[in-house]
Design a protein around this ligand. Structure first.
Ligand SMILES: [Zn+2]
Length: 510
């Protein structure tokens, strides 16, 4: 196992408001970060905001404020996602920070120095009112895709990055690192794109001022994508080097939406190779959400606001639904009915019920004290074997970034534990004093299986897991536990008195 794990969300554009898409990416990264911490790895989890570019400049002008003031105001909506959604990011980077200016300019300078960045002329379709360039593809019918007004062919001096030179190195990198782009279907798409040939990339603009200046050419600002991608090395201390950079770079996973995969899987590794920095180890592209069967859009008024979801259902329920409902990587549909159904059936009925009735019986039959288990029968051994197996099942699924599979493995154990309760019928055993030893064994086994389910589900439903962890008498933070120690069978101490707490997942009534 690698000693360290570095995961990133894309940085979110401040000209937007947080919606389900941002929440989804961030929650997925958080579940992975938490799981890798459980494995005992040192984790660094970075998120942040992309604050430069034409659109921010334009919106700021319209509102009569400076772009910086606009960014300062909007960034709080994104920063607030972390406490609202129980996100454990280690840093939050803003591309307007001085550390980021230094990082972008240094990366740029290195590529200038080795001849990969040269001065040329950028030509494109320019919309004067929008102050934006469009490509042939974007203008389609001939007018500006944003405002519909006519565009004109225009040229400006621009620095170019010699992307064409990296076609072969990139293909070789994909070949040597078959898990660099996931899922596989996306990998094929990127390989085909690069095999089709790469054009040099314009990486500066003179038509824009809100951005990071090109070193020694203050009339040019660095293209927003070059600027934005570089956040991933800034976040771990580039260009200063140092311990954080050495520990965490190259990043293990850049989590992205499928629409921005090309920037991360083609441009970004090429920029890094050129600057003599190792490319990331992995890029994972996830799918998109429709809402109640429709494309999400401001005009339809169906944008899902994560803050609203948390107020209504709680962060755990929202997190669980997003990661359980749809195989990660595929598109999914968000529906309130499906969410309520999931929460009531999986959390309230299956898991909540297991915990509630177990702790209820423990309190009733043993005064809340963990009993001493005795000789195990066949049905006990089968539950114990399942509780051991689930660790590697979940680990395997998380390595593949298959959250739905990890959760389904945990819930298989929840269901097996519920069946074990039904089959063992502790309420009948309790009627016969001669069977008190057997009753104790049964309750101990259910408590242990429950404890393992709580531990493994903690990356997904952290607040509820902590509540249940405490209800089971486990000390400290479940988030601080380590699987190799706490994941083993038999860690509950016989004789320990469990606190009296209400642990149920409430049902959602709508
Ligand atoms: Zn326009």
């Amino acid at each position: 196992m690698k000693p360290a794990f570095y995961i990133t969300t894309p940085i979110y554009y401040v000209n937007d408001v947080p919606h389900i898409g941002h929440a989804y990416t961030t929650i997925a990264c958080d579940a992975l970060a938490r799981f890798h911490r459980l494995k005992g790895q040192k984790v660094f989890f970075l998120t942040g905001t992309d604050e430069h570019g034409e659109k921010v400049q334009k919106t700021a002008t319209q509102q009569g404020v400076s772009p910086r003031d606009l960014a300062d105001r909007v960034v709080t909506r994104f920063q607030g996602l972390s406490p609202a959604l129980s996100i454990t990011n280690d840093d939050f980077i803003r591309t307007t920070e001085p550390r980021h200016y230094a990082s972008v300019q240094e990366l740029f300078r290195r590529s200038q120095k080795n001849g990969d960045i040269y001065l040329g002329e950028y030509e494109g379709w320019y919309c004067t009112p929008c102050e934006a360039y469009w490509t042939d593809l974007q203008i389609g019918a001939g007018n500006c895709p944003d405002c519909g007004r006519p565009v004109e062919k225009r040229k400006e001096p621009s620095f170019f990055f010699r992307l064409s030179k990296y076609q072969r190195p990139l293909l070789e990198y994909y070949e040597r690192n078959p898990r660099f782009i996931r899922p596989d279907s996306r990998r094929n798409e990127v390989v085909a794109f690069v095999e089709g040939g790469l054009h040099d990339l314009s990486v500066s603009r003179t038509s824009l001022s809100w951005g990071i200046p090109v070193p020694e050419h203050p009339g040019h600002v660095i293209y927003v994508w070059y600027d934005a991608l570089t956040n991933y090395v800034t976040g771990v201390g580039f260009p200063g080097g140092g311990e954080r950079f050495d520990t965490f770079w190259p990043a293990d996973i850049h989590m992205v939406g499928k629409d921005i995969l090309r920037f991360h899987a083609v441009y970004w590794p090429a920029f890094l190779m050129s600057a003599g920095v190792a490319p990331p180890l992995g890029v994972f592209a996830h799918g998109w959400w429709t809402v109640e069967g429709q494309k999400m859009s401001k005009s339809l008024g169906n944008v899902v606001d994560p803050y609203d979801m948390v107020d209504r259902y709680g962060a755990d329920a929202f997190r669980y639904f997003l990661l359980r409902e749809v195989p990660f990587g595929l598109d999914g549909d968000f529906s309130r009915r499906a969410l309520v159904h999931r929460i009531n059936s999986d959390l309230a009925n299956d898991f909540g019920n297991l915990l509630n009735r177990t702790l209820g019986m423990l309190s009733k039959y043993f005064g809340g004290t963990v009993p001493v288990p005795s000789v195990a029968g066949e049905e006990d051994l089968s539950l114990i074997a399942r509780s051991r197996e689930v660790l590697s099942l979940v680990d395997g699924a998380m390595e593949e970034v298959e959250f739905h599979r990890a959760l389904s493995a945990i819930w298989d154990l929840v269901k097996a534990a519920n069946r074990y309760v039904d089959a063992s019928a502790p309420w009948s055993l309790a009627k016969d004093p001669a069977k008190r030893g057997r009753l104790g064994t049964v309750l101990y086994n259910i408590l242990e299986a429950s404890r393992i389910c709580v531990l493994l589900s903690s990356p997904f439903i952290p607040a509820a897991a902590q509540r249940m962890w405490e209800a089971l008498g486990c000390e400290g933070q479940v988030a601080g536990a380590v699987l190799s120690e706490e994941g083993g069978w038999g860690r509950l101490t016989a004789g320990a008195a469990l606190p009296k707490t209400a642990v149920a997942f409430p049902r959602i009534e709508e």
